[in-house]
Design a binder for this molecule. Sequence first.
Ligand code: FMN
Length: 167
Amino acid sequence: MQRIKFNEYQKEVMDVIGEGALLTVKYGDKLNTMTIGWGSIGVIWGKPMFTVLVRHSRYTHKLIENTDQFTVSVPLHGQLKEETDYCGTKSGRDVNKFEELGLELIEGQELNTPFIKNSDIHYECKIVYKQDMNPDLLFDEDIRSKYYPQGDYHTVYYGNIIGAYKE
Ligand SMILES: Cc1cc2nc3c(=O)[nH]c(=O)nc-3n(C[C@H](O)[C@H](O)[C@H](O)COP(=O)(O)O)c2cc1C
């Protein structure tokens, strides 16, 4: 693992994030990873920030609500396709994704949440703020009706990027 600047691969990561990155969360002895297709890397409060969105219905939501950290592992070259498909459709409530897929882990460097091996770029993030979406304040109606017909809104987690790495 080679440390990189938080924004060194920002363009490459944002180019492929829609195909799936892996958001890994640990709470006590419970570990889970799920596919994310949205997220952003930027600067907020003068700090490097990875922002991710997790719907209330996800098992990941249950775990991340009980911790202060997460990691994001990004395959840049289409590898781990079967894994991101699986982790984007199966729930950690029902299966152990690590056992089912034989996923290998890399230990966290600064925090104690691991990364998913064989990705290219990894971020470890400390949650400094979170916000439940509140459609009553303002929400573009086209977006709201397209993505939230059942009202399964996201919580947005702001993860201060403590470490960024190239595998
Ligand atoms: C390409 C792709 C991108 C996804 N992006 C997100 C996302 O950004 N946020 C989210 O809540 N769910 C997203 N999902 C859905 C979750 O990955 C899926 O519901 C998963 O089974 C949840 O796992 P869990 O219940 O173990 O947390 C995405 C799925 C795919 C296939």
